[in-house]
Design a protein around this ligand. Sequence first.
Ligand code: CP
Length: 315
Amino acid sequence: AKHLLGIENLAPDEITTILDLADQYVDLNRRQVKHSDALAGLTQINMFFENSTRTQASFEIAGKRLGADVMNMAMQASSIKKGETLIDTALTLNAMHPDILVVRHPHSGAVNLLASKVNCAVLNAGDGKHEHPTQALLDALTIRRKKGRLHRLSVAICGDIAHSRVARSNILLLGKMENRVRLVGPPTLMPSEVKELGVEVYDDMREGLKDVDVVMMLRLQRERMDGGFIPSEREYYHRYGLDAEKLSYAKDDAIVMHPGPMNRGVEIDGTIADDINRSVIQEQVEMGVAVRMAAMDLLARNLKTGSEDEQAVYA
Ligand code: CP
């Protein structure tokens, strides 16, 4: 296969291959490689059907640093507004012979469907509640660099799990790398398939955070709540917002993560988010550029060589 659609079909050694290459794009002093010709002569189109700051900007920067010709489709101004379907839009762009499509879409499965219709490599930049593979990979790189390993760690993923593609991709990745994953949040925001995920579930933050190595906070994703239960922000912050008192239950050297965008005073106290001794939120963004460079570099190698060995990097 030639796409990066999810963590689900990646093997542990494939995850390690991506992270090892990402390590070459950002050094231990967090200096980033800014010029390479790994994607020289290739065309990358970014199609974001849903809002994004981090993912869109970092895919664009990553492509440009690798020498690709990068085009950002302004989806709000596209012919989707005139009734053209996702697939017809993709086929139209496919006819312009791009090499890489980066796609974000509000519907789970839409990116996989699109990938089955085009000739080029497709990277999933987040599809509905399904997967956000490069987010999980950048989180994994951040954890590996901070903790010195990516196995036998205890990780608490907290908040709105039910609507989170970030949580789903992280649960899959952390499980594959043999970590202990706890989900912490109100029962109303747990996914229905929680028993099949191989995780521990807590509805009390203090119990859930006890002695963990990593605390990963999530935003309340109101845009995906479909008129269902929406907690009041005040009550939610009181019970589930990460503040110094709740964080004190985690290990003394536990790191605090958030994929962004974050809502200060809702799921996280601003002081914790800004605490450079605990919070790695900015470093996550930095690792995002390196991980996306690595993912596109590996896909481009597959495009150039077509060898079975290298194709095996992605399922
Ligand atoms: N974490 C993340 O996907 O952020 P954006 O929605 O800003 O891309």
